[in-house]
Design a protein around this ligand. Structure first.
Ligand SMILES: NC(=O)c1ccc[n+]([C@@H]2O[C@H](COP(=O)([O-])OP(=O)(O)OC[C@H]3O[C@@H](n4cnc5c(N)ncnc54)[C@H](O)[C@@H]3O)[C@@H](O)[C@H]2O)c1
Ligand SMILES: O=C(O)[C@H](O)CO
Length: 383
């Protein structure tokens, strides 16, 4: 149930799951780590399972977003001499960072490497919902197709419609660009901060279209989230999950959306009140959703699985080979960097140097979310 690499390594690093690729293992071994990988056939490990893996001596752990990293685990890791933990994910709502701070444990995450992959899945769900692809596929497989009909699986055209993005950070902005450039949609977004680069991109693209004699696209930064919900035809959710975004989309907000709108969620399940969503989908058959994440994963709220106006996939937004191998590498290097006393990389949005397989990675932890709280040194090397 535990696979061991480099048994005589000085530092003991535990991974709670096998992760894609071998580069992450090799990078740890090269720096004198003994790597232990839990191969148990149990998808979600409990706190007790992980305490057993940590044991009496453990320098660092690479964990997963399904695990509850709070007071109990950070105190166990600290007792075992551990100073580093990394989620193999960019989101870290499963981690109590205050508890990690209390025990002086660095918390890593894996931004950037999954931005485009996740945005592509959000775009796929938008198209699947707009063009009713899953319904049509099921229809074909059921042998129900007996000839072309003018009204068969009529869906929504995206061109010229408005795409709304809630949370225009790395992934939200990448998704917005795909929808604006790929389908010539107008953009409305809501974020706590101005997405200047995104705005500049849409402005430049509009000028390009105008110069080509085509209808230019437009953009607007909404003053409120409700403005986006009222105006957009396709809305994609990309904020972090915290107290401010829990049930951001609730019964009242669903009611102000267009009856034929499409709602996509590739952020975290609890950003939507899923019970309210199921009811809304039942009452509004032309309203469609594409969901990668669910409020009580791995479960869906009762009724959701029966609804034809919902496309559902099992939290696979970052699931491309390149991205998942890159996530494993970043997570391993976060832990390794802390163990070796390296500084923290100066810009977690510029992690490309860690992903180049042809050269050794920089001597730094790519992304430590509590580096300031722990007073960790920051790398001075620039790209
Ligand atoms: N489904 C998946 O597999 C998958 C993959 C990657 C990331 N994610 C989720 O996507 C999230 C975003 O990732 P990212 O790399 O784009 O992060 P990011 O930090 O670049 O972007 C998040 C954005 O949300 C904004 N935001 C925060 N609170 C908000 C609020 N109350 N209202 C509106 N906007 C708000 C922030 O200002 C920021 O711009 C992650 O935290 C993770 O939970 C899911
Ligand atoms: O936060 C994340 O990274 C995802 O949910 C998994 O890729």
């Amino acid at each position: 149930m535990v696979q061991v690499w480099n048994p005589n390594g000085k530092y003991r690093v535990v991974s709670t799951k096998p992760m894609p690729g071998t580069r992450w293992i090799n990078l740890l071994i090269e720096q004198d780590c003994r790597v232990e990988i839990c191969t148990r056939q149990k998808t979600i490990l409990s706190v007790e399972d992980i305490i057993a893996l940590i044991g009496d001596k453990c320098d660092g752990v690479i964990g997963q977003l399904t695990e509850d990293w709070g007071e109990t685990l950070f105190s166990a890791l600290s007792r075992a001499g551990g100073k580093a933990f990394s989620n193999m994910a960019v989101g870290y709502n499963n981690v109590d960072v205050n508890a990690a701070n209390k025990y002086g444990v660095a918390v890593g995450n894996t931004p950037g490497v999954l931005t485009e992959t996740t945005a592509e899945l959000a775009a796929s769900l938008s198209l699947s919902a707009a063009r009713r692809i899953v319904e049509a596929d099921e229809f074909m497989r059921a042998g129900l197709y007996d000839g072309w009909l003018p009204n068969l699986f009529v869906g929504n055209l995206l061109k010229g419609q408005t795409v709304g993005v809630i949370g225009a950070g790395r992934i939200g902005s990448a998704y917005a660009r795909m929808m604006v450039e790929g389908f010539k949609m107008n953009l409305i977004y809501y974020d706590l901060y101005q997405a200047t680069r995104l705005e500049k991109f849409v402005t430049a693209y509009a000028e390009f279209l105008k110069a080509n004699g085509e209808q230019p696209v437009t953009w607007k930064r909404a003053a409120s989230m409700d403005e986006v919900l009222r105006e957009a035809d396709v809305i994609s959710l990309h904020p972090i999950l915290d107290k401010t975004t829990y049930h951001l989309v609730n019964k009242e907000r669903l009611a102000i959306m267009k009856k034929e709108a499409i709602l996509v969620n590739c952020s975290r399940g609890p950003v939507i009140d899923e019970v309210a969503l199921v009811e809304h989908l039942k009452q509004n058959p032309m309203f469609r959703v594409g969901l990668d994440v669910f409020e009580d994963e791995p479960y869906m709220k009762p009724g959701l699985a029966d609804l034809k106006n919902a496309v559902v996939v099992p939290h696979i937004a970052s699931a491309s080979k390149w991205t998942r191998e890159g996530m494993a590498t970043l997570a391993a290097l976060n832990v390794l960097g802390k163990i070796k006393g390296y500084p923290v990389w100066s810009d977690p949005n510029q992690i490309e140097p860690f992903l180049n397989e042809n050269v050794p990675p920089p001597a730094a932890s790519p992304s430590i979310v509590n580096s300031k709280a722990l007073g960790l040194p920051v790398s001075t090397s620039r790209l």
